[in-house]
Design a protein around this ligand. Structure first.
Ligand SMILES: Nc1ncnc2c1ncn2[C@@H]1O[C@H](COP(=O)(O)OP(=O)(O)O)[C@@H](O)[C@H]1O
Ligand SMILES: [Mg+2]
Length: 158
């Protein structure tokens, strides 16, 4: 089941990430879909903030580095961006599966480019409605992520 939310303004995207953070458990995987500039990274920044990742740790799109790791928060976080990956073989090369299998939280931008996520993951798809707002669709693909999606929806007051 897809749930839709409207996020009005960048603050709403950041806040949505912050509200998701306390619900996250070790092993949770979040897939992010949406055009460049949709708000995927901003949501991840909100999650990092909500996990209390130290302010000095820069949370940016790992477009060139492919993987960023953020430590020092409630859970370690892995942030992946598949935008520049051309073939599946490169993912083996960077050891993505092992990364997602770790004890922390993982967020994967452009997760629709390759089938790399575990069966049970939360999908957040962004649509650019206008300059001022975004629409996100949220879907769980297994029991854990469905529960996570429901808890998040309650937190968002939707
Ligand atoms: N809900 C929103 N409404 C309007 N603008 C937003 C919203 N969320 C994010 N933005 C803006 O969209 C851009 C998103 O950038 P970014 O998070 O880097 O996107 P992505 O990682 O999807 O490429 C930023 O300029 C941000 O201010
Ligand atoms: Mg990004």
């Amino acid at each position: 089941m897809f749930d839709d939310f409207e996020l009005r303004g960048p603050e709403a995207t950041h806040r949505a990430g912050q509200l998701l953070a306390p619900l996250l458990q070790a092993g949770d995987v979040i897939g992010l879909i949406g055009d460049l500039g949709a708000g995927k990274t901003l949501l991840v920044q909100g999650i990092a903030k909500g996990l209390a990742v130290p302010e000095g740790v820069r949370v940016t799109s790992p477009t060139f580095s492919l993987i960023n790791e953020y430590r020092g928060g409630r859970l370690p976080m892995v942030h992946v961006d598949l935008y520049r990956i051309e073939e599946e073989g490169e993912l083996m090369h960077i050891g993505l599966e092992e990364m997602l299998d770790n004890a922390g939280v993982s967020a994967v931008e452009w997760c629709d480019r390759f089938e790399v996520l575990p069966d049970d993951h939360l999908v957040i798809a962004f649509e650019i409605e206008s300059q001022e707002s975004r629409r996100i669709s949220v879907k769980g693909t297994g029991s854990r992520s469905v529960a996570l999606a429901a808890a998040w929806r309650a937190g968002l007051g939707a």
